[in-house]
Design a protein around this ligand. Structure first.
Ligand code: AKG
Length: 270
């Protein structure tokens, strides 16, 4: 079993994010690099920053969200070590509800505007821990994740404005006044390292203008005390990411469905 240190747990709850000592073993990293190649091959018409539900493979067809997924991403998301690390933060009942590959091509990778994730997610009470695993070096130069430490503490979703620009991973940006960019911390990661971040934490990433591609897999886990309510729609449907929460499959990856309302049948083949 993998566990976070007590200090890592404390830092997550205080700052809203942490990079644990844990790393994905080299053999699994190689598997995931091949899976990424396959994902990109299967989705020539999808912007590589917008590979939503990359873990949902439907017999070679579209996964219901415009992407042809690859099963290796589901294997990764169900990896008992990763799930145990997340459980140290959100409790022993854990639901996997998403996996988004953010692959930013060299020289032309889209910016991720400053935002809070929870703004358009149908989870009540709102709760999620994202494990963002680097498949390639993620540096200040190629647009690593940037965070505002402590911005999750008041558990408030700030106002987001729609931004009508195609060259963004997400067409929503936090309105001015919610935070001070001078407080930003760059999360630089080596391949196989991951950061864990809280749903309320303010984060973003610069465009990738460098010669080095930057790929991270964002694995989304919620505590099974919350309800993934498929009836709720993304804000105005204008996030710029083509999600279909009504058909999104859920997996109980640890423990039991404490909430009792979660539906683990919808969206699963067969
Ligand atoms: O990788 C990125 O650029 C954005 C990732 C992100 O916003 C997230 O994982 O919530």
């Amino acid at each position: 079993m993998a566990h976070l240190t007590r200090d890592e747990v404390t830092r997550y709850h205080s700052d809203g994010w942490v990079v644990p000592q844990w790393r994905l073993p080299e053999r699994q990293l190689a598997t995931m690099r091949e899976a990424l190649d396959e994902l990109l091959r299967r989705n020539p018409g999808v912007r590589p920053e917008k590979l939503v539900s990359a873990h949902v493979e439907r017999g070679g067809g579209d996964n219901g969200e415009g992407v042809r997924g690859v099963a290796a991403f589901l294997d990764l998301a169900r990896d008992p070590e990763i799930v145990d690390l997340v459980a140290d933060l959100i409790g022993d009942d854990v639901i996997l509800w998403g996996a988004h590959v953010f692959c930013k091509p060299a020289g032309a990778g889209y910016e991720t505007p400053w935002h809070q994730d929870g703004h358009y997610w149908p989870i009540r009470p709102l709760a999620t821990c994202t494990a963002w695993l680097a498949l390639e070096p993620s540096t200040r130069a190629n647009g690593c994740l940037r965070v505002i430490p402590g911005s999750q503490r008041d558990r408030v979703l700030h106002e987001h404005l729609h931004e009508d620009r195609a060259d963004l991973t997400l067409q929503q940006r936090l309105a001015d006044g919610a935070f001070d960019e001078a407080d930003a911390v760059d999360i630089e990661l080596e391949p196989g390292q991951m950061s864990l971040h809280d749903v309320y934490m303010i984060h973003g990433a610069a465009a990738n203008c460098s010669a080095q591609r930057r790929t991270g897999i964002a694995l989304r886990y919620m505590p099974a005390t919350s309800h993934f309510d498929r009836r709720l729609k993304p804000v105005d449907g204008k996030s710029g990411v083509a999600v279909n929460f009504a058909q999104r499959p859920l997996w109980l990856v640890k423990g039991v469905d404490r909430c009792g309302l979660n539906d683990f049948r919808t969206g699963h083949a067969g």
